[in-house]
Design a protein around this ligand. Structure first.
Ligand SMILES: [Zn+2]
Length: 428
């Protein structure tokens, strides 16, 4: 990657590849590296494209690493499909038109991400973009706050330029499930955990004799009776109070000195790496009343919906009004008779009672899909020109429960049996 970066940068600086000017700044974007891919961007002209192909060929001659042109794609922005096809056939690349899919995401189309998709992207992409810098530097609080603010904005459906209402404080979304959050983890914990690995590496270097131990002075005998962390044997206090973070990472909290210093070398026994982040988070982030109930059989978006329902953070009319949003009415969109609160929508409204009674006659359980379909129905009445039919609600609940259980659970897929005896099948 470093070689290609150097070669392309040289071509850009000598004007053979023009790249793309970003706004009114002096920054020219010519290439990006992401995972195993290289994205080269330039003005749409055959001269630049030819030069790019030449650079890749020279890179092959110099390094022996061949770029498989036939597996590369050409994309054009505001260029006709014919032009893209023509240039692609000349270079040997494949032509790709917008919209297309990259790493499972639609590009150039309305991404229309669900809360599940946003959560996944926050964990997989936005949370790890800064891994290089965060593993080397302790980030400033203000930078971490800005990055967290961008992640929060994205999660609640906003973008860099627009902001949607955040229904749950971001510091309450980040914690683990047992702390009532969505298990995203904070960037601060990510940063500290990565730096902690460097501390671990430092001790490893001690143990390999790469960094000498002669700066340490021990006042103990053979170390078979003194506890390494809990007894006072060096300085005026136990090590657990002075190096509490490291103490918490030690698998054996009662270890003796002889366990940690073997033949004059450090001998550590740290917990697994993935324990560090939650541990740091647990100290930094607040805890909501009770743990998040996360059911792996349900789709993620339904889990997130139920989490918001539990916290009463759904955008029903009472919540919107209490947040100062001017709405024409706060009455229930289904019955128009009462204030639209979470309790009314899901328990007190005649619609909810009717549907719940049908569900209970069928399986004597309140399926989680019950609440999510009531909410969908409510939204369709308000926002869709052709709302869902009330009579379809029960059928939809049966169908989605069957789909979730048969796809994610262990249940054998028998639709007729499911309708007849859902409890038996769900328990099988
Ligand atoms: Zn109602």
């Amino acid at each position: 990657m470093g070689g290609i970066h150097y070669a392309l940068s040289k071509e850009v600086s000598s004007g053979l590849i023009r790249g793309i000017k970003l706004g009114s700044s002096d920054i020219t974007l010519s290439h990006l590296f992401y995972a195993d891919d290289v994205v080269i961007t330039t003005d749409w002209n055959s001269r630049d494209i030819d030069n790019i192909i030449r650079v890749l060929y020279v890179f092959y001659l110099a390094s022996g690493l061949r770029i498989n042109i036939h597996k590369s794609n050409i994309y054009g922005i505001e260029v006709s499909n014919d032009e893209i096809s023509s240039l692609a056939s000349r270079t040997g690349c494949a032509s790709v038109f917008f919209p297309f899919t990259y790493l499972g995401l639609p590009i150039g189309a309305n991404m229309n991400l669900t809360s599940r998709g946003r959560l996944t992207l926050i964990k997989a992409v936005l949370g790890s973009l800064g891994i290089y810098y965060l593993s080397i530097f302790k980030a400033l609080e203000s930078i971490l706050n800005t990055l967290e603010s961008l992640r929060s904005r994205f999660f609640w459906g906003g973008s860099q330029d627009s902001k949607n209402m955040a229904w749950v404080k971001w510091s309450h979304v980040l914690p683990s499930f047992d702390k009532g959050g969505l298990n995203i983890s904070s960037l601060k914990a990510f940063n500290l955990a990565l730096l902690q690995k460097i501390v671990g590496t430092y001790y490893l270097l001690h143990s390999k004799d790469i960094i000498p131990l002669n700066s340490f002075r021990f006042k103990v005998g053979c170390g078979t009776r003194i506890r390494f962390w809990k007894d006072i044997w060096i300085g005026d206090s136990p090590l657990l109070t002075r190096y509490n973070r490291l103490y918490r990472l030690d698998k054996d909290k009662d270890c003796l000195i002889i366990d940690r210093i073997v033949d004059g070398h450090w001998n550590w026994n740290w917990s697994r790496d993935d324990i560090e982040k939650p541990l740091i988070d647990s100290k930094l982030l607040p805890s909501i009343l009770s743990s998040t109930s996360w059911d792996n059989i349900l789709p993620r978006k339904v889990n997130i919906f139920l989490w918001r329902l539990y916290l009463d953070r759904l955008p029903h009319r009472l919540n919107l009004s209490s947040r100062g949003i001017d709405i024409p009415t706060i009455s229930c969109s289904s019955c128009n008779g009462n204030v639209e609160s979470a309790y009314h929508i899901f328990f007190a409204c005649d619609l909810a009672k009717d549907v719940l009674s049908l569900v209970r006659k069928w399986c004597d359980l309140s399926s989680p899909s019950f609440a999510s379909y009531i909410w969908r129905y409510r939204n369709s009445i308000i926002f869709c020109p052709q709302p869902m039919k009330k009579g379809d609600l029960f059928d939809n609940i049966c169908a989605s429960s069957f789909s979730w259980l048969s796809h994610r659970g262990q249940m054998s897929s028998n639709w007729i049996e499911w309708l007849k005896n859902p409890l038996l099948l769900a328990g099988s």
